[in-house]
Write a protein that binds this ligand. Structure first.
Ligand code: V0V
Ligand code: CO
Length: 149
C-alpha cells in the first residue's frame, strides 16, 4: 500500500440549498437513480445517494438540517450551512474508499495531513469515515470511507 491507500472514488458530494430540487434534477434531467436517503445528525446533514450503473462512483447530495441543541435563531447550524451561505450550492467533498480507515488516517497524519477527527465518525450506510483538511489536500475536502462489511 502506498500512503493512505485510496482504492477509488466512493462518492462526490455536492452541497445544495434546495435538496428536493437537486434530487429532481439529478434523477429527472441527468438520469441518475436515487439509492439511499439518510439524516446524519452529528454532521447536521440530510444526504441522498444517487448512482448510475451499479459499481460506479456515487453522487451524494447534502443539505443542512438543524441539529439538536440549535437555538431559535438557528445559531448552531452545521458546517455545511456555513459552506452554503459562503459559496452557494457547490461541490463540497470527494470521498475515497479505503480498506481500513484508522490505518489510512494514520498514514495521512504521517504525511503531515490534518485529519479532522481523532477517531472515525459514522458515515452513510454504517460506513466509518474521517475527513482530511482541504488546505492540506490542494483545496479539496477529502473524506476517507471504510464501507461496512
Ligand atoms: C471550508 N473550506 C473548504 C471547504 N469548507 N474548502 C474546500 N472544500 C470545503 N468543503 C475552506 C474555507 O473556505 C477556508 O478557506 C478554509 O477551508 C477553512 O475554513 P473555515 O471556515 O475556517 O473552517 P470551517 O469551520 O468552515 O470548517 C471547514 C472544515 C469543516 C472542512 C474543517 O467543514 C469540517 O470539519 N468538515 C468535515 C465534516 C463535514 O464536512 N461533514 C459534512 C459531510 P479560506 O477562506 O481560509 O481560504 S458528512 C458526509 O459526507 C457523510 C456523513 C457521508 O456519509 O458521506
Ligand atoms: Co460524504
Amino acid at each position: 500500500m502506498t500512503g493512505v491507500g485510496a482504492e477509488g472514488i466512493d462518492h462526490v458530494s455536492i452541497a445544495v440549498v434546495d435538496l428536493d430540487g437537486a434530487v429532481a434534477f439529478f434523477t429527472g434531467v441527468l438520469g441518475l437513480r436515487q439509492t439511499h436517503v439518510e439524516v446524519n445528525e452529528r454532521e447536521g446533514v440530510s444526504e441522498v445517494m444517487l448512482a448510475g450503473k451499479s459499481g460506479e462512483a456515487q453522487v451524494q447530495l447534502i443539505s443542512p438540517v438543524v441539529v439538536a441543541g440549535a437555538d431559535a435563531s438557528g445559531g448552531n447550524l452545521s458546517g455545511v450551512a456555513k459552506f452554503l451561505s459562503e459559496r452557494g450550492s457547490a461541490i463540497h467533498h470527494l470521498a475515497l474508499e479505503v480498506a481500513d480507515v484508522e490505518v489510512a488516517a494514520n498514514a495521512a497524519r504521517a504525511a503531515g495531513v490534518r485529519v479532522l477527527s481523532e477517531t472515525p465518525l459514522s458515515g452513510a450506510k454504517e460506513s466509518k469515515i474521517v475527513f482530511l483538511h482541504p488546505k492540506d489536500c490542494h483545496g479539496v475536502l477529502i473524506e476517507l470511507v471504510q464501507l461496512a462489511n
